[in-house]
Write a protein that binds this ligand. Structure first.
Ligand code: NAI
Length: 241
């Protein structure tokens, strides 16, 4: 099936998984709106064919404005990938309420606002892919804290709630749950090379943003038409170890 001319919005498009997904979709003929709080980064990803819009996904007014603008670019959306997110490495029981709230504001409320506003621009046949994490199964460990894992568990539940809420409108909602992926997200959390080596040895498999982009791009493609309310675990087999 062709995806030529289909319209996608990707949050977190300035870096890592979001950037790789936006570029992959573009390479397959999609028209892509790149949303991020890092506008320069989003512009770089968008290139000359795409469009970049600034957003703070955790902020309601910013999300409403950004998605309204995104809807005007090509008159609607056929797909949304919610990749904007932040990590937390503080050990679970040492986590402050402010740290916990930041995770929930960005990872959970941020995803909610993006699907709420993004879905307003969608019609029958549109598709959403939310980016969760295998930490929602493991409870954290390796790099991510329990608080991060808890926020991603909420994202997975929200994916199913959204699938229920939007299914009747013909909008499919799924999630990809990546394992340990080499992006600025994890490297900034592991700037000590020894710690990095330790974690890489424990995890065994480190993936690339491009590998996760393949999963996200498939979930929003017409080829995945029979898939709804599902989670695609893309972790190189970490959960099978
Ligand atoms: P990244 O740090 O490379 O990219 C995250 C992007 O989100 C950045 O461009 C950043 O500017 C943007 N962002 C953060 N807060 C924002 C906000 N409030 N408003 C708008 N944009 C915001 O990270 P990466 O690795 O590409 O992560 C993408 C998603 O994948 C995240 O949701 C993360 O939780 C998830 N993930 C990543 C894994 C990994 O190992 N890298 C593993 C599992 C899930």
């Amino acid at each position: 099936m062709t995806t030529d001319g289909r319209r996608a919005a990707v949050t977190g498009a300035a870096s890592g998984i979001g950037a790789a997904t936006a570029k992959l979709l573009q390479s397959r003929g999609w028209r892509v709106v790149c949303l991020d709080r890092n506008l320069e980064g989003a512009r770089t990803t968008a290139g000359s064919k795409g469009v970049a819009i600034e957003i703070d996904v955790a902020d309601e007014a910013s999300s409403i404005k950004a998605f309204a603008e995104a809807g005007e670019v090509w008159g609607g959306l056929d797909a949304l990938v919610t990749a904007a997110g932040v990590i937390e490495t503080t050990p679970f029981l040492e986590t402050s309420v402010a740290q916990f709230r930041r995770l929930f504001d960005i990872n959970v409320i941020g995803s909610f606002l993006s699907v709420r506003e993004g879905s307003k621009l969608m019609g029958d046949g549109a598709r959403i892919c939310m980016v969760a994490s295998i930490s929602s199964y493991t409870g954290g460990g390796y790099v991510a804290s329990g608080s991060y894992a808890t926020s991603k568990g909420a994202v997975l539940t929200m994916m199913r709630s959204t699938a229920r809420a939007l299914g009747d409108r013909g909008i499919a909602v799924n999630a990809v749950a990546p394992g340990f992926i080499d992006t600025p997200f994890v490297s900034s959390a592991m700037d000590d090379p020894e710690r990095r080596q330790e974690v890489v040895a424990a995890v065994g498999k480190v993936g690339t943003a491009e590998q996760i982009a393949e999963s996200a791009a498939w979930l929003v493609s017409p080829e995945a038409e029979f898939v709804h309310g599902s989670t695609l675990i893309a972790d190189g087999g970490i959960l099978m170890r």
